[in-house]
Design a protein. Structure first.
Length: 210
């Protein structure tokens, strides 16, 4: 919506205490939900596809073959997310190391896709302008980048095209401005509350700064 300059209002909820009105409009109990008049739409990809059909400019390619291939890589985003979360949603350093060993096979597919599909120097998935594939992956890059500050694995260095893509997305105000100003504080609290290993490094970094 920000890329398309759509006017909208945001209502944030506490996912630990989901209000009844939210559960009535979100059958899966997940965010985001988009209210179009009185009609709720849910699931990120479904919302993005709806907006792309209804509001110009199109963020999917006009060419139907390229559009279908973009959709295929948007569908791959959950697998990619699992690879990254396997690195930082871990309870021990050993589990993080295991995640680092498992993640390359999935991330390598994306590295190959960027090289094969794009045919230009980017900086985004399709080239110079944001597309729906960018929108699908940006939140996962954003969270991984935060955790990586403390884990310092250097994981993406082995995938220069993916790393450059991540850097471009995280330098784009349309991306960084799409979350609350205190997003990092809330994410850090979530990591701590769930007892993840990276939270120990977070706490150590805070104590060192003091």
């Amino acid at each position: 919506m920000r890329a398309k300059r759509v006017e909208f209002d945001v209502t944030y909820i506490n996912l630990l205490e989901k209000p009844d009105w939210f559960l009535k409009i979100s059958p899966h109990g997940k965010v985001p939900v988009l209210m179009v008049g009185d009609e709720p739409l849910y699931e990120s990809n479904a919302i993005a596809e709806f907006l792309d059909e209804m509001v110009p400019p199109r963020l999917h390619p006009e060419d139907p073959v390229a559009r279908a291939r973009n959709r295929a890589w948007t569908d791959f985003a959950p697998d990619f997310a699992k690879a990254l979360m396997g690195i930082y949603y871990t309870k021990t350093r050993e589990a993080t190391e295991e995640g680092l060993a498992q993640a390359p096979k999935r991330v390598a597919r994306l590295e190959e896709a960027i090289e094969r599909e794009r045919g230009n120097d980017g900086p985004f998935f399709n080239g110079e302008t944001l597309c729906l594939v960018d929108a699908a992956y940006a939140p996962f890059f954003q969270r991984f980048a935060f955790a990586e500050r403390y884990l310092a694995t250097g994981f993406l260095d082995a995938f220069p095209l993916v790393k450059a893509w991540s850097d471009a997305l995280l330098a784009e105000e349309l991306i960084t401005g799409s979350v609350v100003a205190h997003f990092e504080d809330e994410f850090a609290k979530s990591l701590t509350r769930r007892g993840f290993y990276v939270a120990q490094l977070l706490d150590a970094g805070t104590q060192a700064a003091e």
